[in-house]
Design a protein around this ligand. Structure first.
Ligand code: NAD
Length: 471
């Protein structure tokens, strides 16, 4: 059994988390589950490590993080296979993710000594400067859909800024976080600077969010859990960043190449089996091409290769759990009963894994639950629109505002619509959401704060203003 990681040691915790392989439904491994005392010990270890780590020069911290990045790079195949098996990801995607983890560590190692304050001309004269100071112990709570990627989006800038970390991975996917913690130690990240405590969210996540000695929580997960974190953080006015749910629009104007964009639309909702906060699950298509588009999307979804995550040709693996598959199936039933037309997918694959064929609903309308609610599974809805204003209104008709795409060859229209859609991330003629160097995060109930790019550095520091009287 893998122990917790606290102050460089591997305590056995208060229980056992059985780790299941979603592609088979069989046991993959076992991990120690932290209890409240383990959590206190992890926070105490991070607090003890904080003075020395934050006291290093930024250049010295960067050196350690560059070594961490290099060592992750040397282990990308191992990490990719681990993530593919534990999270059910196609191996090609998992390889990209493992390399992205190394890239992210490298980016923030490079950022450590390039994030500095200002010199400000104040009315009183003298010299006014700002410093960006580390916060202290930072709690990172992450979900199961991109376990090591999301953990690294948080821990890399947190460590670069001089904070120390307690990382709580999701119970379904604790393996890559523990392995990253081991690699960090091997790379010379001092014991206690990065602690990893798998455990139940409602117990250990909640205790981390409420802990008086934790300065900040950076959370990714469901919007409902985000609300709990906000409440727990209120007692000590903890800093918080939240990356929450989504129901992202994919707006398609009639002037595009239908087959090409339909294939893109399939990839952008069914990758990671639809368990992606940025999944373009609401496809909003201009009426003249609507029927052709639905047909092309159904053909591309049917051809999307669902199967063994470790097979090189696989495009979509299983869902993470039997619970998540049943949730998607429930929504498919809801869609049918609401009067939407299921044009393809929705059936299970034979065998023990949690596979489900990608489902596309046509004739969906605003007000349907399958249009409004985040399903977090391989289910897409396609809605028609007649005017640009209607497309924008449909795109914005949601409590969420994380990501989205729009497709058109009309440059002016692309710019107009991109500005009118209320999301933190928007791609024109592209399905991408994530650029390591650019900010990522949500409007409305999709979150608070931004990850990635230099924007993330601001979220792991306090600004101190110092005024020197010079006369
Ligand atoms: P979740 O909210 O159930 O769990 C996320 C993490 O929070 C887990 O580690 C869990 O153990 C912990 N947790 C659960 N209850 C808690 C509590 N009361 N206090 C503190 N921690 C608690 O989410 P999930 O099911 O793991 O992930 C899926 C969700 O994550 C989806 O809604 C998805 O949209 C969202 N997500 C958002 C982004 C983004 O960047 N916006 C990225 C990935 C996933």
């Amino acid at each position: 059994m893998h122990g917790l990681l606290i102050a460089g040691k591997r305590p056995q915790g208060q229980g056992v988390i059985p780790v299941i392989e979603p592609a088979t439904g069989a046991s993959l491994d076992q991990v120690a589950s932290a209890g409240p005392r383990d959590l206190d010990a992890a926070v105490a270890a991070a607090a003890a490590a904080f003075p020395a780590w934050s006291g290093l020069t930024a250049v010295a911290r960067a050196d350690v993080l560059f070594r961490f990045a290099d060592l992750v790079r040397a282990h990308t195949e191992e990490l990719a296979v681990l993530e593919a098996r534990n999270a059910g990801k196609p191996i090609g995607d998992a390889r990209w993710e493992a390399n992205h983890v190394a890239d992210t560590l490298r980016y923030y190692a490079g950022a450590a000594d390039k994030f500095f304050g200002e010199t400000i001309a104040v009315k009183k004269g003298g010299l006014d400067i700002t410093l960006h100071e580390a916060l202290g112990v930072v709690g990172l709570i992450v979900p199961w859909n991109f376990p090591m990627v999301i953990a690294t989006w948080k821990l890399a800038p947190a460590l670069a800024c001089g904070n120390t970390v307690v990382l709580k991975p999701a119970s379904l996917t604790p393996l890559s976080a523990l392995r990253l913690g081991e690699i960090a130690l091997e790379a010379g990240v001092p014991p206690g600077v990065l602690n990893v405590v798998p455990g139940p969210g409602a117990l250990i996540g909640a205790a981390l969010a409420a802990h008086a000695d934790v300065a900040k929580i950076s959370f990714t997960g469901e919007t409902a859990t985000g609300r709990e974190i906000m409440r727990a953080a209120a007692a000590t006015i903890k800093r918080i960043s939240l990356e929450l749910g989504g129901k992202s629009p994919n707006i398609i104007f009639a002037d595009v190449d239908v087959d090409l964009v339909a294939a893109e639309a399939v990839g952008s909702v069914f990758a990671n089996a639809g368990q992606d906060c940025c999944a373009r699950s609401r496809v909003i298509v201009e009426r003249p091409i609507y029927d052709r588009f639905v047909e092309a999307m159904a053909a591309a979804a049917t051809a999307f290769r669902v199967g063994d995550p470790l097979a090189e040709s696989t495009q979509m693996g299983p869902l993470i759990s039997t619970h998540q598959r049943e949730r998607a199936e429930r929504y498919i039933e809801i869609g049918r009963s609401e009067g939407a037309r299921l044009v393809c997918g929705g059936a299970r694959l034979e065998g023990g894994g949690f596979f489900l064929r990608p489902a596309v609903f046509a004739d969906a309308r605003p007000g349907m639950r399958i249009v409004g609610e985040e399903i977090f599974g391989p289910v897409a809805v396609v809605l028609p629109f007649d005017t640009e204003a209607q497309a924008i209104a449909l795109a914005n008709d949601t409590i969420y505002g994380l990501s989205g795409s729009l497709w058109t060859n009309d440059l002016k229209r692309g710019l107009r619509v991109a500005q009118a859609v209320r999301t933190g991330v928007l791609s024109v003629n592209s399905s991408s959401s994530v650029h390591l160097q650019a900010p990522f995060g949500g409007y409305k109930q999709s979150g608070l704060g931004r990850e990635l790019g230099m924007h993330a550095m601001a979220h792991y520091t306090e600004v101190k203003n110092i005024y020197f009287e010079t006369t």
